[in-house]
Design a protein around this ligand. Structure first.
Ligand SMILES: *[C@@H]1O[C@H](CO)[C@@H](O)[C@H](O)[C@H]1NC(C)=O
Ligand SMILES: *[C@@H]1O[C@H](CO)[C@@H](O)[C@H](O)[C@H]1NC(C)=O
Ligand SMILES: *[C@@H]1O[C@H](CO)[C@@H](O)[C@H](O)[C@H]1NC(C)=O
Ligand SMILES: *[C@@H]1O[C@H](CO)[C@@H](O)[C@H](O)[C@H]1NC(C)=O
Ligand SMILES: *[C@@H]1O[C@H](CO)[C@@H](O)[C@H](O)[C@H]1NC(C)=O
Ligand SMILES: *[C@@H]1O[C@H](CO)[C@@H](O)[C@H](O)[C@H]1NC(C)=O
Length: 496
């Protein structure tokens, strides 16, 4: 977790072994290249100039091949003159980390994977509703009756597996997209991996879960821009949790595809809704909710609305009872919530029509101060984001719930959430209601303010938004990944 009070994106940590190998190769350079001293002197001079100018860290131009220079020397004409660098086109004020090139993949790897003829007529089919509105889904017009004025216009029936389409669409519209791969810092692979694999997860044909993945990798590996860096400047999006793509690391070797075990994938950065904590290439990004404002004004209006909403219940629990086990904390919480119905608002989406009626989830969240977030089928869940968007303060029961989304959620857990030890709830040492009652109105208000402040960072704007004046979850993810690729390219150039 990192503090993210400011709106700046935290740079991803550089793997320490990269630094080690860097230092090592500096040592080698010292002994074998006297000219290296000259270079160090040059770097020192540049660092001095830059530190005076209070600019970002220096970049490391490659002396041997002018064509691959990536240093923008806007602060010193002398530096640029010494290096005889043409002004590099790929780093500009608009796109400080460079440009992205999106592959035009054969439709079998994206378009054909979207089921075209099912909108939301069949809410029980997980693939339905993805196609409309570039992945944002059909407008949630039923909210017209429950939300005041025009607030419903920011709400959609967004499928939880739609992230691959959303990111693809946003990349295609991005101001830093280039049609010329020569100018690109990063390469986007618009492969809809989650849609390709999801269809086969419950079948017993494991090879079917890998088929599209293997075909796509064969295709991409034949591209010259892949070969340049073996994919380490490539990006993609995966709309399902990481565990659905790691069959070979699954203890039973039976669940999921082996896509993320495949050697060619090891250097590709993926935006993914739940990351594998040990894999730096997985970058966890928020699950899409149904809230997609088009303008800053709609967002601000929504923030005031959730701030002022009269919350009549202390807490809520919303879940879908799909044969939860007797010991599942979700069952324990559902039973508890029903018993405490004067303080708790419970919704069982197995009974209520949560999919077709957005009010069924949104209104209870708006009406409660806190929302209970016991662990779902995996460590993360989309429910957390629905809760936050409604300005309700999440209550977590496992520390692992905080180990994702570090670019998006506040670093200080206490500032926006409540933690209650699961074990203490189970053995009756603490009662959830009593814990929550101990918070004063002011304390709750402070947490809620933090939640409201976080909303822009965890939502996905509708891109025909016109001028944007804030960064949404996509921007934060994209800028962070681009920055990382840029830095790695600079290190690679420096070491060459
Ligand atoms: C840098 O060079 C440009 C064009 O050669 C010139 O217009 C500008 O005045 C120079 N800036 C400084 C600080 O020397
Ligand atoms: C959707 O289209 C596919 C192929 O075109 C067809 O097999 C399927 O029956 C259609 N489904 C519905 C619900 O119309
Ligand atoms: C899946 O399992 C069923 C029964 O267990 C079997 O009849 C079928 O052939 C299997 N299919 C594949 C592709 O392995
Ligand atoms: C890419 O991988 C191949 C095979 O593993 C290797 O021979 C080659 O040097 C690698 N290229 C780069 C730029 O790392
Ligand atoms: C949708 O849910 C809300 C809140 O639970 C409820 O008041 C409303 O009657 C529902 N609408 C329909 C059409 O079921
Ligand atoms: C309940 O669990 C907590 C945390 O594991 C433990 O510290 C406490 O002693 C337990 N209490 C009882 C009565 O078992």
């Amino acid at each position: 977790m990192v503090p993210s009070d400011s709106q700046t994106v935290k740079k991803p940590p550089k793997p320490s072994n990269l630094i080690k190998s860097t230092l090592h190769s500096i040592k080698i350079h010292f002994s074998s290249h006297p000219r290296f001293w000259l270079f160090i002197a040059f770097l020192w001079a540049q660092a001095l100039i830059i530190s005076i100018a209070r600019t970002p860290p220096p970049c490391f131009p490659d002396r041997s091949s002018p064509s691959s220079v990536r240093c923008v020397s806007i602060h010193s004409n002398a530096t640029a003159a010494t290096l005889h660098d043409p002004p590099p086109a790929q780093y500009t004020d608009d796109c400080p980390s460079g440009r992205v090139y999106s592959y035009d993949l054969p439709p079998a790897f994206n378009r054909d994977l979207v089921v075209p003829n099912c909108t939301d007529l069949d809410p029980w089919n997980w693939e339905c509703g993805i196609i409309s509105n570039h992945g944002y889904g059909r407008a949630a017009t039923e909210l017209r009756r429950t939300l005041p004025v025009d607030l419903h216009k920011s709400w959609y029936h967004t499928n939880q597996f739609t992230l691959e389409l959303l990111f693809h669409h946003r990349i295609l519209k991005h101001k830093c997209r280039t049609l010329d791969p020569e100018l690109a810092t990063a390469f986007y692979i618009p492969f809809y991996a989650g849609l390709a694999v999801g269809k086969h997860l419950w079948g017993n044909d494991t090879s079917a879960r890998d088929r599209h993945c293997k075909m796509m990798l064969r295709w991409i590996k034949s591209q010259s821009y892949w070969k340049k860096m073996n994919g380490s400047d490539h990006l993609m999006t995966i709309g399902r949790i990481t565990w659905d793509f790691r069959r070979l690391t699954d203890p039973g070797k039976s669940w999921g595809s082996s896509f993320l075990n495949m050697p060619s994938m090891q250097k590709v950065i993926r935006f993914i809704v739940e990351k594998y904590p040990g894999d730096d290439m997985d970058l966890s990004v928020p699950y899409p909710t149904g809230f997609h404002p088009k303008t800053r004004e709609s967002l601000t209006e929504w923030q005031s609305f959730v701030r002022d909403y009269k919350r009549t219940k202390l807490f809520s629990f919303i879940g879908t009872d799909r044969n939860w086990g007797e010991n599942d904390l979700r069952r324990v919480m559902m039973d508890y919530c029903r018993r405490e119905s004067s303080s708790c608002r419970s919704v069982d989406c197995g009974v209520s029509d949560c999919r077709r009626n957005s009010s069924a989830v949104l209104i209870p969240l708006l009406e409660s101060e806190f929302c209970l977030q016991p662990k779902g089928d995996s460590y993360t869940s989309k429910a957390v984001f629905k809760c936050l968007v409604a300005g309700s303060v999440p209550v977590f029961f496992l520390k692992t719930s905080y180990e994702q989304y570090e670019w998006f959620l506040p670093g200080e857990q206490e500032s926006y959430s409540v933690f209650i030890e699961e074990e203490e709830v189970r053995n009756g040492t603490v009662a959830v209601k009593e814990v929550l009652q101990r918070y004063s109105k002011e304390e709750i208000q402070r947490k809620r303010e933090k939640v409201i402040e976080t909303i822009p960072r965890i939502i996905y704007l509708k891109p025909n938004a016109g001028i944007k004046s804030f960064k949404d979850a996509f921007d934060i993810a994209f800028d962070g990944a681009m920055e990382r690729i840029k830095e790695e390219k600079e290190w690679a150039d420096f070491l060459r």
